[in-house]
Structures are given as structure tokens and as C-alpha cells.
Design a protein around this ligand. Structure first.
Ligand SMILES: Nc1ncnc2c1ncn2[C@@H]1O[C@H](COP(=O)(O)OP(=O)(O)OP(=O)(O)O)[C@@H](O)[C@H]1O
Ligand SMILES: [Mg+2]
Length: 262
């Protein structure tokens, strides 16, 4: 079986009547790793949330499809069942639900009724993944993300990724706040997902992460659009030179200047 295809076409997204995404085009196929970089506030997290169906984000134009199916018609849980996964920039704390219970429900939600994962099988895989990611066993019995340190939350997102085995994953600043060792562990977790059945969109500010995870494509987002795409060398240039040269090259005005001239 070949992998899934997530297609975002001419996506326009507004929040409270303010247009944030102004025509995003992006295609992610199974087997591909894409990195998205871009200045603060350009809409990277908005893109991630819109794909996952966060109710606050209003799609005003364009389409999102997964293997040809209209994602915008799906409820949030349907999107997860269809094989989409989002590791959020700021993972939420869920009091009263242990990490282990959360994972087991999420796995079972993706399976047919009556075909729930056998408990022993679940525990065995969970133990293996905890070990692989160097996460303390007691994390599984703590409430999800409650009181977790910043780095522990990020590690836990990768645990979810490995447990849920989505077809397409969006990882929003999975490297922020990680110490050097944690960065290696998290990268190792993402790399071991690589297969023809897994496509990944990695939102990051730092080339550093891309030293561990080699992207096939690097995209630059600015002012609500993907303005430039290339290979890993593009990320290296951004790290060295910042974003100004892209604005000059493409003739992109600062948003304030553009508003004044409008
Ligand atoms: N829920 C919201 N309510 C109001 N404005 C919002 C909301 N979410 C996002 N925005 C605005 O939309 C714009 C894009 O935000 P977004 O979080 O997508 O940026 P980003 O590219 O992820 O930035 P960063 O690199 O800082 O994470 C920002 O100007 C932000 O203030
Ligand atoms: Mg963001």
C-alpha cells in the first residue's frame, strides 16, 4: 500500500474576521518530510489548527483533502481517524485522564468497535515506546501533560505519535524548549516513523532540528502564504541570513507598508 496524500489548496483562513492565511498551497505525501519555517505570526500554527479542524479558525476559501476526501467536511475526531495527527505548539493539560488511558482511548477510537487493542498488547508497546523515548514509566499513570515540564510535554507528543501511527503528522515546534539530549531523543522518535506510509510536516524556527531530521522539502511561510520552497539548503541559508533576503528577492513589503500603500 502506498501512503496518504494531504493536499492544501489556496487555503484562506480567518480568525475573528481577520484574514491570517491568504492562499496556502502545500502537498504532503507519504514518505515525505516537509519543514515549514517563517517569522513569528505568519500563520504556521494557524495552518496546523485549520488542518486539524480547530473551531476558531474559519475557512473562507480553498480546500484541504486527504486521499481525495474533503477534510473540511470531517469533524475533528474523524480527521484523527482518517490518519491525521497534530502535535501542538502548546500541548493542553488534561486533568483526570492519565496518559495511558488517553493513549488507549485514542488508539481504540481509530479501530473498529469490537476490535479494541488487547490490553497486554497495548501495555507492551507502551513500555517499549516509553523506553525508546527515555520517558519515566510513571509518566504513563500521571494525568496527561499536567505538571509536565515543557520538554516532557514535547516528548509525550512524540510518544502519542509513535502510539497512534498516523499517516500524516503535523509537528508544531516540537523542538522548542528541548535540551540537547531531548532534541536527539525526539528526533530519533520522528525518524523511526519514516516509511512510505508516513508523511510529516515539521514547523520549526531552527535549522538545528533539521540537522537531526533531514527534510525532503523546506518551505518558507510569510504573511499567510508559502512564498518559497526548496531543499535542506534553504533552511541553512535562513539560519545564516534570516528572512530579509527573501522579502527583497520576492519584493514582499512589510505588512504595515503594504497597508499604508493600499
Ligand atoms: N485565536 C486567535 N485569536 C486571535 N488572533 C489569533 C488567534 N490565533 C492566531 N491569531 C493571530 O494570527 C496570526 C498568526 O498566528 P500563528 O499562531 O498562526 O503564527 P505562527 O506563524 O505560528 O507564529 P509563531 O512562530 O510565533 O508560533 C498572529 O498574528 C496571531 O496573533
Ligand atoms: Mg506557531
Amino acid at each position: 500500500m502506498s501512503g496518504s496524500v494531504l493536499e492544501v489548496k489556496n487555503l484562506h483562513v480567518s480568525i475573528e474576521d481577520k484574514e491570517i492565511l491568504k492562499g496556502v498551497d502545500l502537498t504532503i505525501k507519504g514518505g515525505e518530510f516537509h519543514a515549514v519555517m517563517g517569522p513569528n505570526g505568519t500563520g504556521k500554527s494557524t495552518l496546523a489548527s485549520a488542518i486539524m479542524g480547530h473551531p476558531k479558525y474559519e475557512i473562507t476559501e480553498g480546500s484541504i483533502t486527504l486521499d481525495g476526501e474533503d477534510v473540511l467536511e470531517m469533524e475533528v475526531d474523524e480527521r484523527a481517524r482518517a490518519g491525521l495527527f497534530l502535535a501542538m505548539q502548546y500541548p493542553s493539560e488534561i486533568s483526570g485522564v492519565t496518559t495511558s488511558d488517553f493513549l488507549r482511548s485514542a488508539i481504540n477510537a481509530k479501530r473498529e468497535e469490537g476490535d479494541e487493542i488487547p490490553l497486554m498488547k497495548f501495555i507492551k508497546k507502551l513500555d517499549k515506546d516509553l523506553d525508546y523515548l527515555d520517558i519515566d514509566q510513571n509518566m504513563a499513570t500521571r494525568y496527561l501533560n499536567e505538571g509536565f515540564s515543557g520538554g516532557e510535554k514535547k516528548r509525550n507528543e512524540i510518544l502519542q505519535l509513535m502510539q497512534l501511527e498516523p499517516n500524516i503528522a503535523i509537528l508544531d515546534e516540537i523542538d522548542s524548549g528541548l535540551d540537547i539530549d531531548a532534541l536527539k531523543v525526539v528526533s530519533k522518535g520522528i525518524n523511526q516513523m519514516r516509511s512510505d506510509n508516513f508523511g510529516c510536516l515539521i514547523i520549526t524556527h531552527y535549522q538545528r532540528l533539521l540537522n537531526y531530521i533531514t527534510p525532503d522539502f523546506v518551505h518558507v511561510m510569510m504573511q499567510g502564504r508559502v512564498v518559497k520552497s526548496g531543499g535542506p539548503e534553504l533552511a541553512k541559508r535562513l539560519e545564516a541570513e534570516g528572512y530579509e533576503w527573501i522579502k527583497e528577492e520576492l519584493g514582499i513589503e512589510d505588512e504595515e507598508t503594504a497597508e499604508q500603500n493600499a
